[in-house]
Design a protein around this ligand. Structure first.
Ligand code: E4P
Length: 214
């Protein structure tokens, strides 16, 4: 499983990129808004220059025509831009058009395996099942990832699964076990994943022993 970071914060991306584990970035309108008074296209451009992998930028339009128009403009920012399209009938239609033009798409706000299958058949490059938001309403978000992975395997579907709305390290582990191609992980969860008290304790003991040698 590969790792994307789910943020529009350039410092967070820069820091995690240094770990050498980052394959891409996902943003959404909420994450961009969190960055304050910034120019959307400018932030996306800076991210595309920082990380060579797929960078998801989301459209705002709700009609297919508007989505396609926005997508064509966003795609000009860089070869690695992926257009995030919401999972609606209009969104599917936009995905079909964009995929025929060779523009990569990430169908977002996926909450059922049927939605994922429809998105894949429309030509989506990626689908993003939202694990945490399903857990929030008392459902099993990870079961959705497992179902999509099973279905895509049965039919040899090439659309990649991005486990999204990840809230804690256990989600990441479960996504990997479920066969998710990618997990898009918030900065704070990545930081938690890298830490283990026994690692810190081990380093301390090795150093203390080294210092006390004769
Ligand atoms: C995915 O691409 C979304 O940006 C993100 O994972 C949404 O997560 P949230 O439910 O924590 O907002």
């Amino acid at each position: 499983m590969e790792f994307f970071i789910d943020t529009a914060n350039l410092d967070e991306i820069r820091e995690i990129k240094e770990w050498g584990i980052l394959s891409g970035v996902t943003t959404n309108p909420s994450l961009i808004a969190k960055e304050g008074d910034v120019e959307f296209e400018d932030v996306i451009k800076q991210i595309t220059e920082m990380v060579p992998g797929p960078i998801s930028a989301e459209v705002i339009s709700l009609e297919a025509e508007g989505m396609v128009k926005e997508a064509r403009e966003l795609a000009k920012i860089g070869d690695n831009v992926v257009i995030k399209i919401p999972m609606t009938p209009e969104g599917l239609s936009a995905v079909k058009t964009l995929s025929a033009e060779g523009i990569k798409t990430n169908v977002t706000l996926v909450f059922s395996a049927n939605q994922a299958l429809l998105a894949a058949r429309a030509g989506a490059t990626f689908v993003s099942p939202f694990v945490g938001r399903l857990d929030d309403i008392g459902m099993d978000g990870m079961q959705l990832v497992k179902d999509i992975a099973d279905i895509f395997k049965i039919f040899n579907i090439e659309t990649k699964i991005i486990s999204a709305s990840i809230r804690h390290p256990e989600h990441v582990l479960a996504a990997a076990k479920a066969g998710s191609d990618i997990a898009t992980v918030p900065y704070d969860v990545l930081k938690k994943m890298v830490k283990h008290p026994k690692t810190d304790e081990g380093i301390e003991r090795f150093l203390a022993d080294w210092e006390s040698r004769n």
